[in-house]
Ligand binder design. Sequence first.
Ligand SMILES: Cc1ncc(C[n+]2csc(CCOP(=O)(O)OP(=O)(O)O)c2C)c(N)n1
Length: 657
Amino acid sequence: MAQELTPLGAYRSMLTIRRFEERCTALSLDGAFPGSVHTCDGQEAIPVGVRSALSDRDRLLPTYRGHGWAIAAGVPLLDLLAEIAHRADGINGGRAGSPYLTAPAYGLLGENSIVGAGVPIGAGVALAAKLQGTGRVAVVSIGDGAMSQGSVHEGMAFAAAFDLPMIIVVENNGWSELTLTSSLLRTPDFLDRAAGYGITGLKVDGTDPFAVREATVQALAQIQAGRGPVLLDCQVSRLKGHYNRDIEHYRPADDKARAAEQDPLVRLRRNLLASGVAETELAAIDHEVDALIDALTAEVLAMPQPDPTSAFGHVLAPSMSTVAPQGAFTGPATELTYQRAVNSALDAELRVRPELLVYGEDVGFAGGIFGVSRSLQKAHGPDRVFDVPIAESAILGSAVGAAMEGMRPVVEIMWADFMLVALDQLVNQAANVRYISRSELQAPLVVRTQQGATPGSCAQHSQSLEALLAHIPGLKLGLPATPADAYAMTRSAIADPDPVILIEARELYQTSGEVFPDAPVVPVGGARLHRSGHSLAIITWGAVLHRVLAACDELAREGIEATVLDLRWLNPLDEDAIAEAVRSGSGRVLIVHEANQTGGFGAEVASRIHAQHWDLLVGPVARFGTRDTRLPAAVPLQSAVLPTATSIAAAARAVVS
Ligand SMILES: Cc1ncc(C[n+]2csc(CCOP(=O)(O)OP(=O)(O)O)c2C)c(N)n1
């Protein structure tokens, strides 16, 4: 239920935010804690007004200037100040600090320090609310500068496409960090922009908590009528600098003076006095708030710093982070193509998990550009398998939001190269969810994509990008190389409580092999041994496995017998299997991958072998990847730069000799 908002209540709440933030700034400038603090001076009426109209079930995803939202959400001030001051008992144990506060128990799904990134995530939260029928609304606040950010436009397009229950609150203070927003806009009216997406917009006096509340009530009515998202353009002034140490050398004096005239607290105080409230009554509130902040400060400053060992936990779910031994598959086999194997795994999981969603560009009605999701929409309905706008940030961001809200989204990024336009949502968002919230929130989403060069594929549709993702703690990463693994790894990924990226191999989609549909779903992790031989070990992953195996046939005719280990998962990495392969290959090791050699994941594997198993080695570990060029389309040019069976065999001979 919405909360009552009385004039005196609004005054107390806004004053609490103001004094709390003044104290944060003072403490930071006194050196009580390092880092930036962004206060919302002049904008306090927005969180107070919006939150008063919402119910406890609704979700808030504010900007990095979000202390006011946390206070309005009811996060205890002590826990909040302790977090901002990086204390052990802070609401996030010192992991978040001022700009990334996260308090799921209070509906606060996280400030966002990536400008605009909360909009796609909020769309996913709203998607979950709509599908679950909870009546919940996602409220995302952004600044006016963020209105030029791609993720905001993608998030609005996504939310509009599905009439999602989302309110986008623009805290329009006229400044984009140190630059006047109006100096960069040809269309300064944000309602025009919202209208461009079919989103209703309302202009609101953001200095008046009651006007903000009223606008929020109107927005909720529109959402409840099923008419989709609403944008509130809240006009405010930024009373202070962009952050705690901003000397505002760029700011005209008259702008600052105008802002002071619009100070919402001064206005509210004046109105209260004019309406007959006694000065003494307001002075009593002032005194109480000051005393409260003083008491909190003393308590927080006496708190210990976080224990350094606490920095390591909650990167991944503990129960799934160990590598499961991958035994032989069990149960009867059936012959499927790689592409059908993924399709069957999705179908099997859709049958047993009502919370599973499968979506992406062309994924629903058409069944995917490579046919991987063919017939799934027919079997499971358009609410669970569907098409989305061409907006990769919205695809990945909505998956983060929906996953945090209990859904299991499996989203398709058509080509791995396209992930690059939306990497923020994986690296800065999905990977941080568990860590910042210390596992109060999790993001069990699966991203399916495919990569690699095939005849005629161009430089923007050919890259092997796994090393970029393997670099990121908090993301699990697998590359199935056979139909059996495509099936099994897809099911493992969906069962996993963390974000998992599966990079499929386009060149293998039509290849056939045995699949074991009845084999139990095993935890993510574990390499697979494909061949044993004592001449050398070849460690590989992804589509190039088959070129490695062809090379091994050629080598065997010359008496060179190779051990071939397919890592399958780069995170978690099966280090035991690597050690065993080094032993089996008599200490001679070649790592083969299709990704470019420089900075490839092979360097990581080689480094670990050198560090941990140097005593097993008889020579340095060799790496063989794609030459460090861009990827050409013509087949003769591709053959010159990509590892082929012939060039892999040559590399193996060099290691053996
Ligand atoms: C994606 C991204 N780009 C740039 C920044 C650096 N940055 C931090 S705050 C900010 C200004 C944002 O302006 P606005 O959205 O108007 O928010 P306000 O400062 O008014 O609250 C910028 C550019 C960032 N954090 N994220």
